[in-house]
Design a protein around this ligand. Structure first.
Ligand SMILES: [Zn+2]
Length: 469
């Protein structure tokens, strides 16, 4: 049974969707003002692994990830570039989706954008006000944390600790009754995009976006909410306060938080020159496959030390994996199945699920796959792998990769190629026959056809051999 570490209870707990069928998962998505850095991407890969594994366990997955396309940073960026907010955020939204695809991250069920949900945000704010949990000052609407007894239950923060100081990324800490109160709606400033509201023109606060877009598509109670650890406070604490103050129901059953990564032992920063986007690494010649692998080498609740040396190791590990997958369908194997191989694959299958059930232990799951490959290589050398075992093995690799997402292309390619080989062999035989029959026009035609497919023929004393261009 799958167990997940729940930040809310600080324990690992058995997980099942509340309705037994559909896992409702919400993840804080990108603020589209820049390229995601590899720290962001690590969190997105965690979301991906989680959702893939929920599907592996047989549940339907409704995964929603928001796109924050209005906040201080996006507004500032648009102003600097002298373009409209939507034009500015559109380009970075596209880069974000490109990065997800490059890293073989499966698309979420929905990607709602904040600016498409302004009306719903106003409705939720009105509900919070009606329920006595907020107040308005000069066109700004605040959440009154003293009205919400459970405030601090996720992060462990005591509301009394919030008496001023630097605790929030919001810039408008004025006119509030309590220093811990946070903004739900911000009054418009000159030159900033704004929307009409019952409190005058303005725009939503950042926290309200996530409460609205999660509950809009997943209902008042989510099975799982994910994000990076730095979002626990204030963002997630505030999401809980807003949502539960409005609905009176539990907002989230499981909070799953991913740890940060550091680079070469240090905090990633532009000034240290150790700040990487996916594009930076691709430009250096690293493969998406190795980058994804490197991001999976630490358990998600552990800090990951991302290093270029580690990335090189991932490249080599992926090469070994690719060579194995490529070679597997072409091995001349005896017919039947071997007891030893069958048992070894079964063992791997059950170990894989066991480690993944244990709070998504991906490094453990990678270990299971690589150990198996090592042992299978030994069996191949000893002539102990048979053609039926190969089918079972491939089956397991496909299943494991539905979670890991590391060898999807390689597995598909390897499957296609032997079929292609057969086709090529048939054409070469037909060409030989045509030449024996003196039908040189047909023989040339076949050669041209193969050349067009990137296949080079060489006629030797031993017959025709072929290779890929
Ligand atoms: Zn969020």
């Amino acid at each position: 049974m799958l167990e997940l570490y729940n930040t809310a209870s600080r324990h690992q707990e058995p997980f099942e969707p509340v309705d037994g069928e559909t896992a409702r998962v919400y993840s804080c998505g990108p603020t589209v003002y820049d390229f995601p850095h590899i720290g962001n991407l690590r969190t997105f890969v965690l979301n991906d692994i989680l959702c893939r594994y929920l599907a592996f366990k047989g549940w339907e997955v409704h995964h929603v990830m928001n796109i924050t396309d209005v906040d201080d940073k996006t507004i500032a960026g648009a102003l600097t570039q002298g373009v409209s907010l939507s034009e500015y955020t559109q380009q970075y939204t596209e880069y974000f989706f490109e990065d997800l695809e490059t890293l073989n991250i499966k698309p979420a069920w929905k990607y709602p954008r904040a600016t498409d949900h302004i009306k719903q945000m106003q409705t939720l704010i009105e509900k919070i006000l009606d329920n006595g949990h907020g107040y308005e000052v000069a066109g700004n609407v605040y959440f009154d944390i003293s009205s919400f007894a459970d405030y601090g239950k996720l992060s462990g923060i005591e509301p009394e600790e919030l008496g001023g100081g630097e605790y929030t990324r919001l810039d408008d800490e004025y006119d509030r009754e309590d220093a811990g109160d946070f903004v739900l709606w911000k009054a418009a400033k000159p030159d900033e995009p704004s929307w009409d509201s019952p409190w005058g023109p303005g725009r939503p606060g950042w926290h309200i976006e996530c409460s609205v877009m999660s509950m809009e598509y997943l209902g008042p109670t989510l099975d799982i909410h994910t994000g990076a650890v730095d979002l626990i406070f204030p963002h997630h604490e505030n999401e809980i306060a807003q949502s539960e103050a409005a609905t009176g129901q539990q907002f989230v059953r499981f909070w799953v938080h991913g740890e940060h990564l550091i680079v070469e032992g240090e905090k990633m920063s532009k000034s240290l020159g150790n700040f990487y986007t996916l594009r930076d690494l691709l430009k250096e010649g690293y493969s998406p496959q190795a980058i994804r692998h490197q991001l999976l080498t630490a358990h998600y609740r552990q800090q990951l030390n991302f290093t270029l040396e580690g990335l090189e190791q991932s490249e080599r590990a992926m090469q070994r994996l690719n060579t194995f997958i490529e070679r597997l369908p072409r091995l001349p194997l005896p017919q039947g199945s071997s007891k030893e191989a069958g048992e070894r694959i079964d063992e791997a299958r059950s170990n894989f699920e066991q480690v993944m059930d244990d709070d998504l232990n991906v490094p453990g799951a990678l270990g299971v796959v690589f150990e198996l490959i090592k042992d299978i290589n030994t069996l191949i050398d000893a002539g102990e792998l048979r053609d039926q075992d190969r089918v079972v093995l491939r089956d397991f690799l496909v299943q494991a990769d539905s979670v890991l997402g590391l060898m999807t292309n390689q597995l598909e390619e390897a499957e296609r190629e032997p079929a292609l080989d057969e086709e090529i062999k048939a054409l070469i035989a037909e060409r030989e026959q045509a030449r024996n029959d003196g039908d040189f026009a047909r023989a040339d035609q076949i050669r041209d056809q193969l050349t067009a497919q990137g296949i080079i023929l060489e006629d030797t004393a031993e017959g025709t051999i072929w290779r890929r261009k």
